[in-house]
Design a protein around this ligand. Structure first.
Ligand SMILES: [Zn+2]
Ligand SMILES: [Zn+2]
Length: 229
């Protein structure tokens, strides 16, 4: 017997969420190419913020808006913690990626977490997500190329300038290791659970592009709409 994770009603065999709850999820239908901000007008491809200041990320792909009830699943996964919930969450992202017509990257890099936070939680959800996607899509994953060297405060409460200052030098790219890779990756996707402001992934993309990576995409489960921050 299977029960829906959201309404707790009986669910068809081997599905985590019943079809009614799945169709009610906050699917993100049309969004900004570079930051996944939801867009109302189907003719727009960039949000106003990215039109003013284009981030170094080329494509940001997320199947969901970070809203109820999906946010409850993600919070339960991180806070209770219930890492097994990453099974259904990563399946939704894999299915969404399979529908896209974008070329697949050569390499997946999870957004790193500071060691102290990872020890406290016991796992890095971005790392687990990247490994599941890599296995489903046949793409290698490296967790040793990007490191977070200082624990930073939560980004969403800060202004844009404060966010950039908060993140300055927070990340380190193992450049020599990257440059020695054979074949040398040219197209990388950064993997994270939730994209909030996009400042972190934009900064990581800048670091990677300075080391000769031609294209950097972002794959995430969900995007927090900016008006909700
Ligand atoms: Zn349900
Ligand atoms: Zn944007």
């Amino acid at each position: 017997m299977f029960f829906c994770l959201l309404c707790h009603d009986r669910s068809p065999a081997h599905s985590d969420v019943c079809p009614a709850c799945e169709s009610d999820l906050p699917w993100l239908h049309h969004s900004c190419r570079t930051c996944a901000e939801p867009l109302a007008d189907i003719r727009d491809s960039l949000c106003l913020r990215c039109q003013r200041d284009l981030p170094a990320t080329d494509h940001c792909i997320a199947p969901f808006q970070y809203r109820f009830p999906l946010d409850q699943l993600i919070l339960a996964m991180k806070q209770q913690p219930r890492p097994e919930l990453l099974g259904c969450l990563s399946r939704w992202l894999s299915q969404h990626l399979a529908q896209q017509r974008h070329p697949l990257p050569d390499l997946l890099l999870p957004v790193p977490m500071h060691a102290s936070r990872q020890i406290a939680r016991g796992f890095n959800q971005a790392g687990i997500l990247a490994h599941r996607l890599g296995r489903d899509l046949g793409i290698p994953v490296r967790q040793d190329l990007l490191l977070k060297r200082k624990a930073t405060v939560e980004q969403k409460t800060l202004s844009r300038e404060q966010r950039q200052r908060n993140l300055a030098n927070a990340f380190k790219l193992e450049r020599v290791t990257l440059l020695k890779m054979q074949p040398r990756p040219r197209h990388i996707a950064l993997v994270d659970d939730v994209i909030t402001t996009g400042t972190t992934t934009a900064q990581l993309a800048t670091l990677l592009k300075k080391s000769g990576i031609a294209r950097v995409d972002v794959w995430a489960l969900a995007k927090t709409p900016l008006q909700a921050i």
